[in-house]
Design a protein around this ligand. Structure first.
Ligand SMILES: *Cc1c(COP(=O)(O)O)cnc(C)c1O
Length: 396
């Protein structure tokens, strides 16, 4: 059976370009960039070149790029660095949103225990916040605003440039977790008033375990990993040259094709949203207009998300019921709850996340397979029978 992979928000297949770029740095150019000999210096040159390529994709300087082990580490380092800067200035108020990734939320919880005042803005039904909300929340003692660029579960895209403008007007640092946006949406950190930005290579067909923290010149980063003088002393550990080179190649390729891929992928996305939202007692989650090109997310009343996933897997379809990070726990996703969905509905969620490798045939197949699965699962559910007979009410 052919695998239909529609879980690209969890991770992506590596591109041929990324793999081809990496191989020489495993086979021949395996040096440590800190070494003075030729093999080391070839690695050092590759590191410099990758840093420049990444910077060009973000519209910043190479010296503003720090390589990390991924999106999570970059998020941790951004928050911890901003908190340290705030501590020195006597500012302990940090503004973020209720539907951030756990790499953000758990770090914010840690900072709260250290005496920081963490304010999570509510995101509302469509899963977004306004610049106005941020403006009203900023205080004299606010050091940082951090809002994700695009949500990993419901795909909503936030008004980053406007939020950044407010922050700059008020003299507050602005960080964005752009893991879902990078390589998929146009980014320019200068035009969008972004001071710090995190992203991760494996969300745009690069290798896993590598990411970036961009920090504008003048922002002093605090080490999360102590060690040698790598990354200007801000991130210890021998640089993962193959992964860094592979990430830069994948990012360059993604950025060169953003408009083309976005057009193709969003057309497939819209077919899935249109088709699946015809299923009775369902709701599309997130913002229909400001939405990642590849994100489809719906809730089906009377269904457990996990049971849809298992049945889809039997048909070769890889999907998700929320973020990969929350599967394994039986709690409904904090993202769907933050949109105001009742627990019961939030449990019945399905996320299909597409990329440019997906095809029309795959979309047609998925649209054919899902409705009977929903019907089958509902017919097995005593709760559903109660709803149909009127003993219980429908939410949707
Ligand atoms: C995947 C993801 C992360 C974590 O990135 P890793 O590289 O897997 O650590 C952080 N934030 C968002 C929004 C993500 O989607």
């Amino acid at each position: 059976m052919k695998t239909i992979y529609m879980d690209n928000a969890a991770t992506t297949k590596m591109s041929r370009t990324a793999i081809d770029a990496m191989l020489p740095y495993m086979e021949e150019h395996y040096g440590n960039p800190s070494s003075l000999h030729t093999v080391g210096q070839i690695a050092a040159e590759a590191l410099d070149k990758a840093r420049e390529d990444v910077a060009a994709c973000l519209g910043c300087k190479a010296s503003e790029i720090t390589f990390t082990s991924g999106g999570s580490e970059a998020d941790n380092q951004a928050l911890i660095s901003a908190a340290k800067i705030g501590e020195r200035k006597g500012k302990k108020h940090i503004i973020s949103t209720a539907f951030e990734h756990h790499a953000m939320l758990h770090t914010l919880e840690k900072l709260a225990k250290q005496g920081f005042d963490i304010e999570l803005l509510p995101v509302g039904k469509t899963g977004t916040i306004t610049a106005e909300q941020v403006k009203n929340a900023i205080r004299e003692d606010t050091i940082l605003v951090s809002t994700m660029y695009a949500n990993n579960e419901v795909g909503s895209v936030l008004p980053i440039a406007e939020i950044g403008a407010i922050c700059h007007e008020k003299g507050v640092l602005f960080h964005t977790d752009a893991v879902q946006a990078t390589g998929h949406l146009h980014i320019n950190v200068v035009e969008q008033n972004i001071d710090m930005l995190s992203f991760s290579s494996h969300k745009f067909h690069g290798p896993k375990g590598i990411g970036v923290l961009y920090a504008k010149k003048g922002i002093l980063l605090t080490n999360v990993i102590e060690g040698g003088a790598q990354e200007r002393g801000k991130r210890g550990g021998t640089e993962n040259i193959p992964a860094i080179v592979g990430m830069a190649a994948a990012l360059k390729e993604a950025c060169a094709h953003i408009d083309e891929y976005s057009k193709k992928v969003s057309a497939l996305r819209d077919q899935l949203i249109d088709g699946l939202s015809k299923i009775p007692h369902s709701v599309v989650n997130g913002d229909l207009k400001n939405r990642l090109p590849g994100n489809v997310n719906l809730c089906f009343e009377g269904i457990e998300g996990e049971s849809i996933l298992l049945m889809l897997d039997e048909k070769g379809i890889c999907a998700s019921s929320g973020s990969a990070c929350t599967s394994g726990s039986l709690d409904p996703s904090h993202v769907l709850l933050s949109l105001g969905l009742p627990h019961e509905i939030a449990h019945g969620s399905l996320r299909l996340s597409l990329c440019e490798y997906n095809t029309q045939e795959e979309v047609d197949y998925v649209l054919k397979e899902i409705p009977p699965i929903i019907e089958y699962l509902r017919n097995m559910s005593p709760l559903w029978k109660d709803k149909v007979s009127g003993k219980r009410q429908f939410f949707l």
